[in-house]
Design a protein around this ligand. Structure first.
Ligand SMILES: Cc1ncc(C[n+]2csc(CCOP(=O)(O)OP(=O)(O)O)c2C)c(N)n1
Ligand SMILES: CC(=O)[C@@H](O)[C@H](O)COP(=O)(O)O
Ligand SMILES: [Mg+2]
Length: 642
């Protein structure tokens, strides 16, 4: 059969295809996913699982007009492939290429740029309300949400609202029994129960078996679907939880049976009021290894060899050790040493490399699910009870807990430790995942102490320090391989609000936050070769700042360059300027390097850092430029400014 996928310019083209051709398209989509993974790491198993669901939705609705939101958005690949992006698909997750998440700049079929889980039901509700207000009552609104994202508190806020408003909205629950790791909690049990009891009363038939007896088109289809609709509620006893809230629950249905899905969606399109369709899929469907091990295949390494029938013969081996590795090892060691220490993850056990902690200390390991705000309030409760909780979380996802950090933790001055992973540019995941705002949003709050390790040797002592500290405290580190600073002697011990001076230089000084220290050391070395002597300070603390050391540099040196892998707006450099101002210093010799006030695109982390001058070349160039400009100004006015 000729290749079909490449001929699909828009979802309208799907309507020209027979059932057999649509089945072939589904296979071609899976083949394309395997091809992309043979070039670079990307989200995989979730995409394999939604192929038929994606086709069925686009065959039932017209999303050029109707509204569709894929919750989180990591399962958007099949949707991209059939909405005019097949030709550019292999550029996905590269700089300048397609984004690995929905992106309205790429296509009108992507309504919101997302990557954080849980908001889809709220946004379709808002879209529906806005459309109704503006007289666009002809538009259907559909959210597709996974069972991992489903227990997020915001989903229930949206359900409550939609049911109250009696909105015509369809929520498709894609239940594949997995988050990134196996899903946890009471909702998981409830969905398992629905799965187990999804049989037509009095017989052993599933909803799909009934649907499959109904033709897809024609008068017979219409009358059968109508009678089925009337009968369904009486015969399926599932989903009472949602029914009692005001949603009509349908399912569970087989999410890989394209014909069955099309029939039920056709039926649901005629429903009024809020509807929940419970769809069962297999994460990794179509690649047996991915279906067997969806954790590894959520976002696997590059496939080096693929055999017949999409059998993955070899994958790229793991690379160098990363900060996440030493942090998780330090957490493990702290838990071994002190039975009061506990760790919390919001569904990121794998990303945070906490599997060994989970296995060895199951009673002190808490996976709250994708519920970051709950996790922080939960940690506050644990701390109040006398335990020592570590909230191990990605910087970007902690944004969801802003108010709990304020009220439950900082305001109570409770000893909660935050280990902020992926604090910096996250690379190919892009703007939704870059962890570049935590410095400003954490430093706002009184009582908060904030640290960042200058290299791998700082990590374990910092965690020990944090666990002994009597108040909220955070440690931020990026998604990066480990650095080891070239010190003369051992690292200085961690002391509250004390920076570590790596080197002094009479021409100026880099004051580096976290892993930017190694980049600054390399830049200083390069400048030294040109006779420019720049020192390097490993700041270690954002709050409290080492005023004594840093302000001495501001006072005495011709140039101080603050360097951080975080936004410049209210960031570490701003903290230095504020401190200098409070001390009455003229801080025009302070140059701030960090993330500019714009959203940074997706791409390779090193490439993105270089683009904004946060690499060795960029820092060297910044120092040279500053010195040249000062020299020019000196000759004009005799006055050097920053
Ligand atoms: C707020 C937030 N927290 C955590 C994540 C990380 N994350 C991305 S996908 C995912 C699992 C989602 O599970 P599910 O919704 O069931 O989708 P599936 O991968 O099973 O298709 C998690 C935890 C995120 N994207 N957003
Ligand atoms: C979709 C999502 O949010 C996660 O899958 C995320 O992409 C994981 O990032 P890491 O690969 O850095 O763990
Ligand atoms: Mg899932």
């Amino acid at each position: 059969m000729a290749e079909l996928l490449s001929q699909i310019q828009s979802p309208a083209d799907l309507h020209k295809l027979s059932d057999a051709q649509l089945a072939a398209v589904a296979q071609e989509i899976r083949d394309e996913l395997v091809k992309v993974l043979s070039i670079r790491s990307a989200h995989f198993a979730s995409n394999l699982g939604v192929v038929e669901l994606c086709l069925a939705l686009h065959l039932t609705y017209d999303f050029a007009k109707d509204r569709l939101i894929w919750d989180t958005g990591h399962q958007i690949y099949p949707h991209k492939l059939i909405t005019g992006r097949h030709k550019t698909f292999r550029s996905i997750r590269t700089k300048g290429g397609l984004m690995g998440f929905p992106n309205p700049a790429e296509s009108p079929y992507d309504l919101f740029m997302t990557g954080h889980a849980g908001s889809s039901v709220s946004t379709i509700s808002g879209l529906k309300a806005g459309d109704d207000l503006l007289g666009r009552t002809d538009r259907h609104a559909v959210a597709v949400i996974g069972d991992g994202a489903f227990p997020s508190g915001i989903v229930f806020e949206a359900f409550n609202n939609i049911a109250g408003l009696k909105q015509n909205a369809l929520v498709v629950l894609n239940d594949n029994e997995m988050s990134i790791c196996p899903r946890t909690g009471g909702m998981a049990h409830y969905l398992d129960h629905c799965r187990a009891t999804g049989l037509y009363q009095g017989s052993k038939r599933t909803l799909n078996q009934i649907l499959n007896q109904i033709p897809l088109v024609g008068e017979a289809a219409r009358t059968s679907l109508e009678s089925l609709r009337d009968g369904l509620k009486a015969v399926f006893k599932n989903g009472m939880l949602f029914e009692e809230m005001g949603f009509r629950y349908f399912g569970p249905v087989d999410g890989h049976d394209l014909a069955g899905l099309r029939k039920i969606l056709k039926l649901l399109k005629t429903q009024t009021g809020p509807v929940l369709l419970h769809v069962l899929t297999t994460k990794g469907h179509g690649v047996p290894q991915a279906a067997e091990d969806p954790v590894t295949f959520h976002s696997p390494p590059v496939f080096e060899e693929v055999g017949p029938e999409r059998r993955i013969v070899a994958m790229k081996k793991g690379g160098a050790k990363a900060y996440t590795d030493v942090v998780s090892a330090a957490i493990h060691a702290a838990m071994a040493a002190d039975p009061k220490v506990a760790v919390l993850t919001a569904a990121m056990c794998q990303g945070n490399k906490l599997e060994k902690v989970r296995a060895d200390y199951p009673t002190r390991f808490f996976d709250t699910g994708i519920c970051e705000s709950h996790a922080v309030a939960f940690a506050a409760g644990m701390a109040k009870a006398g335990a020592k909780p570590i909230v191990d979380i990605y910087s970007t996802f902690l944004q969801r807990s802003f108010d709990q950090i304020f009220q439950e933790v900082a305001l109570q001055n409770l000893p909660v430790v935050f280990t902020l992973d992926r604090a910096g540019l996250a690379g190919p995941d892009g703007p939704t995942h870059h962890g570049v705002f935590d410095v400003p949003y954490m430093r706002l709050f009184p009582n908060m102490t904030m640290m960042a390790p200058g290299d791998e040797l700082d990590v374990e002592p910092m965690l020990r320090f944090a666990l002994a500290h009597n108040g909220p405290i955070s440690i931020r580190y990026p998604k990066a391989n480990l650095d080891r600073l070239d010190r003369t002697g051992d690292p200085a011990p961690i002391e509250l609000g004390k920076a570590e001076v790596i080197d002094w230089g009479e021409d100026g000084c880099f004051v580096a936050l976290g892993t930017m220290t190694a980049t600054c050391v390399a830049a200083a070395k390069r400048l030294h070769a040109d006779g420019i002597h720049m020192g390097v300070i490993n700041a270690r603390f954002v709050k409290p700042l080492d005023r004594e050391t840093i302000l001495r540099a501001v006072e005495l040196l011709p140039l101080v360059v603050t360097v951080e892998e975080g936004t410049l707006e209210g960031g570490f450099g701003s903290a230095v300027l504020e401190a200098a101002n409070a001390a009455g210093l003229d801080a025009r010799n302070v140059l701030r390097k960090g993330i500019p006030d714009k959203f940074i695109e997706h791409g390779d982390r090193a490439e993105l850092l270089a683009d904004i001058g946060l690499d060795v070349d960029g820092l060297v160039a910044a120092v040279r430029k500053y010195r040249e400009e000062c020299a020019d100004r000196d000759s004009l006015s005799g006055y050097a400014v920053g």
